[in-house]
Design a binder for this molecule. Structure first.
Ligand SMILES: NCCCN[C@H]1CC[C@H](N)CC1
Length: 292
């Protein structure tokens, strides 16, 4: 360990580690589920770390939060009811709240410490909780989806950590089946789907499961997030049987978004060109993902 530096070492990305220069450690705690740490970095603002894995930095969180939210929500006309699984930092809520057609937002986050720490140290991310349409449920997303009435949601966004730890079940088929049941016909789900550089085997399994469960369409999109391992992160974009969803050509690419949302400022990353481009894959990934 180099003094004054944080290195993200994990068996999920063997032999490599992204490091950030640390100015000051602002919080260290242990919740019921994981170690929670916040530090002030020299060049990426404040950083949230769970079990030694970077979850977000102030400098580049916009890329992930905007893409994981607007890729699904701009692909269907007039989303009204949305569920966020995970996402306790509130960043996805901030982005969901930009959609003026939305009437009700549920969020199910298993770890209350993540919510409290985000509100204290990342106010520009946790601002998402201020929206009156938001209903926070502290609990396990798997149980929440099992209990959700059929066809409850237009969209489900699964903003999870990695499959090692509390989020493990969010990458398995039974969970995808409960998501499909909770979605209306032609409803959409977007899940955090790891890195094509590091996790093609995990992605292959997720795609196979999604093809069995989601009878509308199954797509993989990706974007760049400098502080995530390998600098990229992907998303599964799936729809249930029903009205066709063409993820690659958004029905309301940007008009549905209140771009200058008063309290949260303009979009920093998402736009309609990068929406369509996100589905373009390098050949080594295309071969596996589109082989279905
Ligand atoms: N809401 C914060 C983002 C959570 N998703 C991340 C994806 C990449 C992972 N290595 C860590 C969590």
């Amino acid at each position: 360990v180099i003094p004054g530096w944080f290195s993200e070492i994990s068996p999920m990305w063997p032999g490599e580690a992204h490091s950030l220069k640390v100015e000051k450690i602002l919080f260290q705690g242990k919740s019921e589920y994981q170690d929670v740490m916040v530090f002030q970095s020299a060049t990426y603002g404040k950083v949230l770390v769970l079990d030694g894995v970077i979850q977000l930095t102030e400098r580049d969180e916009c890329a992930y939060q905007e893409m994981i939210t607007h890729l699904p929500l701009c692909s269907i006309p007039n989303p009204k009811k949305v569920l966020v699984v995970g996402g306790g930092d509130g960043g996805v809520l901030r982005e969901v709240a930009r959609h003026t057609s939305i009437e009700h937002i549920d969020i199910c986050e298993i770890d209350k410490m993540v919510v409290d720490v985000s509100k204290e140290f990342f106010p520009d991310v946790a601002v998402g909780y201020d929206d009156p349409r938001v209903n926070l449920h502290i609990g396990d997303g798997v149980a929440f989806l099992k209990a959700a009435p059929e066809g409850s949601y237009d969209a489900v966004i699964v903003d999870s950590s990695d499959p090692i730890g509390p989020a493990q079940e969010l990458f398995e088929k039974p969970f995808f089946e409960s998501v499909a049941k909770a979605l209306r016909p032609g409803g959409v789900v977007c899940t955090q789907a790891e890195s094509i550089w590091l996790h093609m085997d995990i992605i292959e399994d997720i795609v196979a499961n999604c093809c069995q469960v989601f009878k509308g369409s199954v797509n993989y999109a990706w974007t760049t997030v400098p502080t995530y391992p390998s600098g990229v992160i992907g998303f599964m974009l799936c729809s249930t049987e029903g009205p066709k969803v063409d993820f690659k050509n958004p029905v309301n690419p940007i008009d549905a978004i209140d771009k200058q949302s008063k309290s949260v400022g303009p979009l920093k990353f998402y736009n309609k060109e990068i929406h369509s481009a996100a589905f373009c894959l390098p050949s080594f990934a295309k071969k596996v993902i589109e082989a279905k």
